[in-house]
Design a protein around this ligand. Structure first.
Ligand SMILES: NC(=O)c1ccc[n+]([C@@H]2O[C@H](COP(=O)([O-])OP(=O)(O)OC[C@H]3O[C@@H](n4cnc5c(N)ncnc54)[C@H](O)[C@@H]3O)[C@@H](O)[C@H]2O)c1
Length: 251
């Protein structure tokens, strides 16, 4: 497929955390390009509102920190939606505590939402895609996972996101023979509610590191994600794409 022909017509895509932020931008473009969005989020009210705005969308609610519920809900989605062509693991939470004082409970929560849920969801959807002849997964990591974190997330977040990058490669290795693709994207500072705490001097410092000297809009990150979710990325497998305004330059 050529880039100019990218379309998600007749395709169903699950996007986690799509009630707002980057996930909402991904779901919006996915629907605009002909697809049906399945939004999975903890926030029913915002998810319902987003669904109404998008039109060709449905939503399911689940707290991704509850592993048993994650498996139950994704098995339900696979059964009810018939075929899942695309999976975008986008939902995430941050923690900015100092390493020395980070409590075990908070570590567990970040790892549960940002890494274990990604593993569980990919596993359920992998089995489904294998049965149906293939599909495309994109996991949202973060530059924090490559540099040990920063203002936008410290040790737990950085460790979880590093895990997502590596897990992605491992799923890609298992998926290639079954026409299942798995790639990841590392955004840097992107203007969403998640990073509303980043203001003043701290924001200035982050922007100094990005050679474009500005934050991304959610739709700029969505562009990178949807390229990888499309058949135009038919020779890209297990790759991590920085979408970071020139921060790491492939580091
Ligand atoms: N915004 C940034 O600067 C930035 C930078 C790098 C990576 N990221 C990553 O991009 C992804 C999206 O971030 P965002 O900025 O759009 O965040 P956001 O906070 O704006 O949106 C996150 C969404 O996930 C949902 N969510 C949170 N916890 C959940 C849970 N336990 N169960 C189910 N849903 C849950 C929220 O309700 C929300 O709709 C995250 O994985 C984040 O780590 C963001």
């Amino acid at each position: 497929m050529e880039l100019k022909n990218i379309s998600f017509a007749n395709k169903t895509g699950i996007i986690t955390g799509a009630a707002q932020g980057i996930g909402k931008a991904i779901a919006t473009q996915f629907v605009e390009m002909g697809g049906k969005a399945v939004i999975v989020d903890i926030n029913a009210e915002t998810a319902e509102q987003t669904c109404k705005e998008l039109g060709n969308a449905v939503y399911y609610t689940v707290d991704l920190s509850d592993g048993d519920e994650v498996v139950r809900v994704f098995e339900q989605i696979a059964a009810e939606q018939g075929r899942i062509d695309v999976l975008i693991n986008n939902a995430g939470i941050v923690n900015t505590d100092d390493f020395a004082t980070l409590e075990r409970e908070k570590w567990d929560k970040v790892l549960a939402v940002d890494l274990t849920a990604v593993f569980l969801i990919c596993q359920v959807v992998f089995r489904h895609m294998a049965e149906k002849g293939g599909g495309r997964m994109v996991n949202i990591a973060s530059v924090a996972g490559k540099v040990g974190g920063g203002f936008l997330g410290t040790s737990a977040y950085a460790a979880a996101k590093a895990g997502v990058i590596s897990l992605t490669k491992s799923i890609a290795k298992s998926g290639s023979d079954q026409n299942i693709y798995c790639n990841s994207v590392c955004p840097a500072y992107t203007k969403t509610p998640l990073v509303s705490i980043l203001t003043g001097e701290r924001e200035k410092k982050v922007l100094e590191g990005m050679t474009l000297h500005r934050a991304a809009s959610p739709s700029e990150v969505a562009n990178a994600v949807l390229f990888l979710a499309s058949d135009a990325a038919s020779f890209v497998q297990g790759e991590n794409l920085n979408c970071d305004g020139g921060l790491l330059m492939n580091g």
